[in-house]
Ligand binder design. Structure first.
Ligand code: ADP
Ligand code: MG
Length: 332
């Protein structure tokens, strides 16, 4: 039977995150105008247990904000987040802390996110002692086992982050995220800071850990090659909106939204042989403080018509589990 009949592990409804800039005391004294930056704009999606949802979009389009708001590392402005069947949107701080064991994040820059003064044993063991779920001797055993499962030698436990290569540091970041046995892991550009030769090793590791541990991923990258490789479904984000979402194979083979087409056209390996129209992405991402009216993509879209300049396109069902927010796309 179809996956749609299972309860999603994570369900996000109309999630919104607005940053209020110029809201500090000094800015108010200087009478600077209040600015609202809508980084995530009423986004809805769900993730089934065991699935990898890939999230793609240019830098600055709101991917990290979406991920952090889902984990409530940032407080949502509005909308709801349901995890394992319960609404966690307004869960009090203490309960949220307990729940965080199940929801973890792997960051882009393993060096910046690892305390340089702590040994690997301390870094990877810290979540266990913070959550008070293992005794001292037990912590060491679990750290040893975890390091081995991410391909690090337990003999190196006493070393510090700077004594490792970039790829090894990301393995430490992965070990720290997985030591609490989470069910849901956000991978926020986990290979973007690594050499291309190392990227494949880390992706392979994340995929095998997912299988072994039964994990569910929200996998973020600005690299459509990476996203295409790891994802079961793909969501495409532009200036705070999901503009296209669907099964990975469909999105790669027959993208509907001009923005997705542009992202794919930029990658020759993916584009090769596909009989898709090529779309060249011109200009920069507009400021999210003053996004273009109508379809936010119209300023860069080669197909834009008058309607696109003033009417916001809804994310519409196109059949076959595909959705796109474009006036020019019709259901198949
Ligand atoms: P991405 O991860 O896709 O590169 P981000 O979520 O980091 O995008 O950023 C989306 C937008 O939100 C950007 O314009 C960024 O400058 C802004 N932003 C991110 N974090 C904050 C913050 N803490 N305060 C104010 N603006 C922020
Ligand atoms: Mg980011």
């Amino acid at each position: 039977m179809s996956d749609m009949q299972h309860r999603p592990l994570l369900e996000v409804r109309d999630l919104e995150k607005v940053y209020h800039l110029n809201s500090g005391l000094l800015q108010r004294i200087a009478r600077q105008p209040a600015l609202n930056l809508r980084a995530v704009n009423k986004v809805s999606f769900s993730i089934q247990p065991g699935e990898t949802l890939g999230l793609i979009g240019e830098s600055g389009c709101g991917k990290s904000t979406l991920a952090r708001t889902v984990l409530r590392l940032h407080e949502p402005t509005s909308g709801s987040i349901t995890f394992e069947g319960s609404d966690i949107t307004k869960l009090p701080h203490r309960e949220m802390t307990a729940l965080r064991r199940s929801m973890q994040i792997i960051f882009q820059d393993p060096y910046a996110s690892l305390n340089p003064r702590k040994s690997v044993e301390e870094i990877v063991g810290l979540p266990l002692s913070l959550h008070g779920i293992a005794k001292r001797g037990e912590i060491r055993d679990r750290v040893v086992a975890m390091l081995e499962s991410v391909g690090l030698k337990s003999a190196h436990m006493g070393r510090f982050p700077h004594q490792f290569s970039g790829g090894q540091r990301q393995r430490i970041g992965i070990a720290r995220a997985l030591i609490l046995n989470p069910s849901f892991v956000v991978c926020d550009e986990p290979v973007s800071a690594l050499d291309v030769s190392i990227q494949a090793q880390i992706i392979t590791l994340l995929e095998s850990l997912k299988r072994e541990l039964g994990l569910t991923y929200l996998f973020i990258s600005h690299d459509i090659g990476v996203i295409g490789h790891v994802s079961d479904r793909i969501a495409v984000m532009y200036l705070g909106d999901i503009v296209e979402m669907g099964p990975s194979r469909e999105v790669l083979k027959a993208p509907k939204h001009p923005y997705t087409k542009a992202l794919l056209s930029a990658v020759p390996q993916i584009d090769a042989g596909a009989r898709r129209e090529r779309v060249k992405l011109t200009g920069d991402l507009p400021s999210p403080i003053a996004p273009p009216p109508g379809c936010k993509f119209h300023t860069r879209c080669p197909f834009a018509i008058e309607r696109c300049r003033h009417e916001v396109p809804a994310l519409r069902d196109l059949g076959g589990d595909m959705k796109a927010a474009c006036h020019l796309v019709s259901a198949s």
